[in-house]
Write a protein that binds this ligand. Structure first.
Ligand code: AMP
Length: 557
C-alpha cells in the first residue's frame, strides 16, 4: 500500500477524535437539550432540569473549580446521592481534566477518611444528609482545601465547624460558561472509585475518559443496556457504585430522560417517582427489587410503565425474576460486573436457542450471569491459568480483559493485577456453557456482599481472634433471603475454653459497623485450612450451604 501520510505508517485517513466524556454531554446538549433530568432533592422537592441546563451548570462548576486553582489530575470528591447536581460536578470536573472521585457514604467515617487521604482529594462536595459525617472528617482529611455543601443559602445550616465551606449554589452562581472542555489525551484519568471487594485496604479504580466512553458504547448494544431516546431511566444504583453502572454516560449519549431518586430508596418513594415520571428502565441490586416487590404486594399496585430492569451486584433470586416478569410484565436482565470493569461484564440477553425452548427455559437461563458484550473478553481458567472447557459444568477462576477493565489499581496498590496475557482475575468462580453463558458458582476472594455493599471478613476475623477463648475465626458470606448474603462467623475455640454466641457477638459490638455484625456464630472443632495455611473458605461455604439463619436474625434486618 502506498504511504498515505508521509510522516506516519500507513494510517487510515479518518478524523482523530479523542474519546473524552465531555463530548457525550455536548452531544446531549445539541441533540437532546430539552430532555429532562428529574431529581428528588435532598431538601425535599422534585427538581427538573434539562440536558442544556446540566451542560451550562457543569461548565459553571468547571469555572468555579479553575478559579479555586484546581489543576488537571486533581481529585474532586463527592459524598452525594443520585441527583442532577451530582452529575453537574461529574462533568464539570472531568471536562477540565480533573478526576471525579465518588466516595461511598455507607462506609464508616474512619474508612471514608482513609479513602479521601489515599486519594489526596482537594475538594469534597457533599449532600446535606452527610453534614454529620463531614464534620467528623474535617480534622482527619488535611488534603481537602474546600468543602462544598450541595444546597442553596436558604437551606444552608448556620456556620458550623467546617472551615473553607462553600455553599454550592453560591459557589457556581454567576460563573462563566466559557471554559474549554476536553482537548486532552483520551487516556486522561476521569474518575476514581474505591472498591472494598479485594483483600486488604480498599483499592482505587482509576477510569479514563476513553474507558468511560468505550464502556458506554459497549453498554448501548441492544443485548446489553440497549437504551433509546424513548427511555425514561431511573438509576437506583448509586452514582458512587461504579458510575451507576455507566448510566451517567450512556443515558446522555442517547438523550434518555433521567429520573434520580436522591436519598429515598424505600419501596413507596421509589414507586411514587417511577409512576409519576413513567420510568421505563431501572437498575438496582436485588435487595432494592425485593423491597419494591414487597410494597407492590402490600398495596396491589402495578408497574404499567416499567419495561425492563437490570438486576446486578449479586445473583438475582429466582422469585424476584419470575415475579417481575410474570406478575408485573417487566423484562428482567441479570447482569454481572465489577467496579474494576466500569462495571458491566456480562448480561443475560436471550439467544434464539433458549427462546425456542419456551418461557420456562428462558427464565431458568436468566438466572445465569449472562454473556459478555463486545468489548469484554472472558474465560475460565484452572489454578495454573490454563483455559477450561466451556461445557457448562467445569468451574474455574473467571478472568477478563478489555479496554474498560482495570490494568492496575490507583498508586499501583496490590502490584501487578494482570496475568501474562493481560487478563484480570475477578475473584469469582464460574462455569461457562457452549453458548457462552457464564454462571457464578462461588467466590475465591475473601469478602462478603450484603445488600450490594462489601463487608470485610478479614476485619471481623482479626477482631474475633482477639477474644481470649478463640483459637481461629472465619467469617463467610451465606445466602440470606433479604440481603443476598450475610456473614456467619465460624469459631474454633482454644482447647478447654468455652464461649457462647452472645459472648462472641458482644465482643465484636462497638468494634465494627452495626450492619457488619455477623447474623450468627457457629462453633466447629477445627476450621479447615488450605495448602498454604490459609482459611479454606470454599470448604466452609460448602459445609454451611443451606444454613438456616436464626429467626430473630432474619426478622431484625
Ligand atoms: P462491585 O465491584 O462492588 O461491583 O462487586 C463486584 C462483585 O460483585 C463481583 O466480582 C461478584 O463477586 C459480585 N457480583 C456482581 N454481580 C453479580 C451477579 N449478578 N451475581 C453474582 N455475583 C455478582
Amino acid at each position: 500500500m502506498p504511504a498515505l501520510n508521509a510522516t506516519q505508517p500507513p494510517f487510515g485517513l479518518m478524523q482523530d477524535w479523542p474519546l473524552t466524556v465531555d463530548r457525550v454531554l455536548e452531544h446531549a446538549r445539541v441533540n437532546h437539550g430539552h430532555r429532562e433530568i428529574v431529581s428528588r432533592s435532598v431538601e425535599g422537592p422534585i427538581v427538573r432540569e434539562t440536558y442544556a441546563d446540566l451542560y451550562a451548570r457543569a461548565r459553571q462548576v468547571s469555572t468555579a473549580l479553575l478559579e479555586d486553582c484546581v489543576q488537571p489530575g486533581d481529585r474532586i470528591a463527592t459524598l452525594a446521592w443520585n441527583g442532577a447536581r451530582h452529575m453537574e460536578i461529574w462533568f464539570g470536573a472531568m471536562g477540565i481534566g480533573a478526576v471525579l472521585h465518588t466516595v461511598n457514604p455507607r462506609l464508616f467515617p474512619e474508612q471514608i477518611a482513609w479513602i479521601i487521604n489515599d486519594a489526596g482529594d482537594t475538594h469534597l462536595f457533599f449532600d446535606l444528609t452527610f453534614l454529620p459525617i463531614v464534620e467528623q472528617l474535617v480534622e482527619k482529611c488535611p488534603s481537602v482545601r474546600r468543602w462544598v455543601l450541595l444546597t442553596d443559602e436558604a437551606h444552608a445550616p448556620p456556620a458550623g465547624k467546617i472551615p473553607n465551606l462553600a455553599i454550592y449554589e453560591g459557589f457556581i452562581a454567576g460563573k462563566s460558561c466559557e471554559v474549554t472542555w476536553g482537548d486532552f489525551d483520551e487516556r486522561t484519568a476521569a474518575g476514581l472509585c474505591y472498591t472494598s471487594g479485594t483483600t486488604g485496604n480498599p483499592k482505587g479504580v482509576l477510569y479514563s475518559h476513553r474507558s468511560n466512553v468505550l464502556h458506554s458504547l459497549t453498554s448501548l448494544q441492544r443485548d446489553s443496556l440497549g437504551f433509546s431516546v424513548d427511555d425514561v431511566i431511573m438509576p437506583i444504583v448509586p452514582l458512587f457504585h461504579a458510575n451507576a453502572w455507566g448510566i451517567t454516560f450512556s443515558a446522555p449519549a442517547v438523550g434518555a430522560k433521567l429520573v434520580m431518586p436522591g436519598s429515598k430508596m424505600d419501596g413507596p418513594s421509589i414507586y411514587e417517582l417511577m409512576d409519576a415520571e413513567k420510568v421505563t428502565f431501572s437498575a438496582a441490586v436485588p435487595t432494592v427489587w425485593l423491597m419494591l416487590k414487597q410494597y407492590l404486594e402490600e398495596t396491589g399496585k402495578k408497574l404499567p410503565h416499567l419495561d425492563r430492569i437490570v438486576v446486578a451486584g449479586s445473583a438475582v433470586p429466582e422469585a424476584i425474576l419470575r415475579s417481575y416478569e410474570d406478575d408485573y410484565g417487566v423484562k428482567v436482565f441479570h447482569a454481572w460486573g465489577m467496579t474494576e470493569m466500569s462495571p458491566l461484564g456480562s448480561m443475560g440477553a436471550t439467544t434464539p436457542e433458549f427462546r425456542e425452548q419456551g418461557k420456562d427455559a428462558v427464565q431458568r437461563n436468566k438466572l445465569k450471569q449472562g454473556r459478555p458484550s463486545f468489548g469484554v473478553e472472558m474465560k475460565i481458567v484452572d489454578d495454573n491459568g490454563n483455559e477450561l472447557p466451556r461445557d457448562g459444568k467445569t468451574t474455574g477462576h473467571l478472568v477478563v480483559r478489555g479496554p474498560a477493565i482495570a490494568g492496575a489499581y490507583f498508586k499501583n496498590a496490590g502490584g501487578n493485577i494482570l496475568d501474562k496475557d493481560g487478563y484480570f482475575d475477578t475473584g469469582d468462580v464460574a462455569h461457562m456453557c457452549p453458548l457462552g453463558y457464564m454462571q457464578i458458582t462461588d467466590r475465591a476472594k475473601d469478602v462478603i456482599k450484603s445488600g450490594g455493599e462489601w463487608i470485610s471478613s478479614i476485619d471481623i476475623e482479626n477482631i474475633a481472634v482477639g477474644h481470649p477463648a478463640v483459637a481461629n475465626a472465619a467469617a463467610i458470606g451465606l445466602a440470606h433471603p433479604k440481603w443476598d448474603e450475610r456473614p456467619l462467623l465460624v469459631i474454633e475455640l482454644k482447647p478447654g475454653q468455652s464461649a457462647s454466641r452472645e459472648d462472641i457477638l458482644g465482643f465484636l459490638t462497638g468494634k465494627i459497623a452495626k450492619w457488619w455484625m455477623p447474623d450468627d456464630v457457629a462453633f466447629v472443632e477445627k476450621i479447615p485450612l488450605g495448602a498454604t495455611g490459609k482459611l479454606n473458605k470454599l470448604q466452609l461455604r460448602q459445609t454451611f450451604r443451606g444454613y438456616t439463619w436464626p429467626e430473630q436474625a432474619v426478622a431484625a434486618r
